[in-house]
Design a protein around this ligand. Structure first.
Ligand SMILES: *Cc1c(COP(=O)(O)O)cnc(C)c1O
Length: 409
């Protein structure tokens, strides 16, 4: 029997009611496997939160071990489904004491995601999407990647014993292709950007390969949303005032926004106290920032995108309209930082807090600096600053940061 024919509803959580189109609200069955709505927009998993509000109390978490699976009631997989726990999630919040003092912030927290498997928060998404795809009989998995999504897919595919294929821009930091291959994935280097890699995947991979591109399937978002649950839990079920997040395809921001909505429905947090979301991009590739500032409802593709923060080199995002909607609903904002500032602040995170940050994390710090200087973030506010991955994967960017530093002195 072909694996796809074995796809079964019982591998998914009974509380997963359907997949809702983020654009037109149409609801789809989760079986068989479905990536996008018929209209080409992303899908969002909907759970029986009314039932869960009665049966699942946040106090029950005290007895569970750390990590992403402690929130399994709001994850799409059935208890009996096979998953691979590689230690994803549970990264905690660190007080940013030195940087807080430097910026004049009394309550600066750093959500450092570099401790995840393969060194980035992408592990959260793949930890859920890979077993969900496999449970639904989609057992050949492919992704276009600016780096971290590829290594995360490779790791979870290896752990579940299914083949993985990664399409990467040729100039992706070198470590990523090496790591993907070491984990057993097939890597195809593509001339151009992640959007070209995505096109190459759809043209060349063939029907039997399931596309796990950012928000072209619904389950990576489910893994990413655990960021929002963790932040709330770690702050004693109060949300911060501001979250500063380096944004490429938007799964992190959207995942957290979804988590806040779910926790309100569960009665775990108070309604009406959501944080202001800050979308951080770089001046070399800032499609969401440009659209936000012009009041547009969707973004136009960025030409000649270029930045060493490769996770932010995303010239167009399928969920652009959804990201913009969340930013506005949250009364948040969107900022682009210069390459010079993001490289400087990558080293600053390392030197001030001992966090070997990725350049995307450096970009977030640089943006926060600007927002504090403008008074958009006030000294008494509680701020969560994201470092999304480890600097170890970005030796080229760190070398460039060091060279620029040496050149200045
Ligand atoms: C993918 C990636 C991002 C962007 O993440 P989205 O949630 O897709 O916006 C930021 N930082 C790093 C290190 C990444 O790998």
């Amino acid at each position: 029997m072909r694996a796809t024919a074995r796809a079964t509803r019982s591998a998914l959580s009974p509380d997963l009611l359907g997949l809702v189109c983020a654009k037109n609200g149409h609801e789809h069955e989760p079986v068989p496997w479905r990536g996008l709505c018929d209209c080409g927009s992303p899908l969002s998993a909907r759970y029986d939160l009314a039932r869960l509000a009665r049966t699942w109390k946040r106090a029950s978490l005290a007895r569970r071990r750390g990590g992403l699976w402690r929130y399994r009631e709001v994850l799409p997989l059935a208890r009996r489904a096979r998953v691979a726990d590689l230690g994803e999630g549970g990264t905690g919040l660190r007080p940013g004491r030195v940087l807080g003092a430097e910026l004049g912030l009394e309550q600066l927290w750093i959500k450092d995601e570099s401790g995840n498997p393969t060194g980035s928060f992408k592990a959260r998404g793949m930890a859920v999407a890979v077993p969900a795809a496999v449970a639904l009989g989609r057992d050949k998995l492919a992704v276009p990647s600016a780096g971290n999504a590829g290594s995360a897919l490779a790791a979870y595919a290896a752990a579940l014993g299914v083949p993985a294929q990664v399409f990467m821009p040729r100039d992706t930091p070198r470590a990523f292709a090496v790591v993907c291959r070491a984990l057993g994935a097939r890597v195809t280097l593509v001339d151009g950007l992640i959007t070209d890699a995505g096109r190459a995947l759809r043209e060349r991979a063939g029907e039997e390969w399931t596309d796990l591109s950012t928000l072209r399937e619904p389950y990576r978002l489910e893994g990413k949303k655990t960021l929002g649950y963790e932040i709330a839990e770690d702050l004693g079920w109060k949300l911060p005032d501001v979250i500063v997040y380096p944004t490429g395809g938007g799964t992190g921001l959207l995942g957290m926004w979804k988590a806040f909505e779910e926790m309100e429905s569960l009665g775990w947090i108070e309604r009406g106290h959501r944080p202001r979301l800050v979308c951080v991009q770089t001046e070399g590739c800032a499609p969401i920032v440009r659209a936000f500032q012009s009041g547009a409802e969707s973004a136009t593709p960025w030409q000649s995108a270029s930045t060493l923060a490769s996770g932010l080199r995303v010239p167009s995002a399928v969920a652009d309209f959804w990201i913009l909607r969340a930013l506005r609903e949250s009364r948040g904002t969107a900022r682009a930082v210069t390459e010079r500032d993001l490289l400087h602040d990558t080293l600053r995170l390392a030197r001030a807090e001992g966090i070997l940050a990725c350049p995307e994390g450096g970009a977030a710090l640089a943006a926060l600096r600007g927002l504090v200087a403008e008074g958009w973030v006030r000294p008494g506010e509680t701020v969560v600053l994201f470092n999304t991955g480890s600097g170890l994967s970005y030796l080229e960017a760190l070398e460039e940061a060091l060279a620029r530093e040496a050149g200045r002195s």
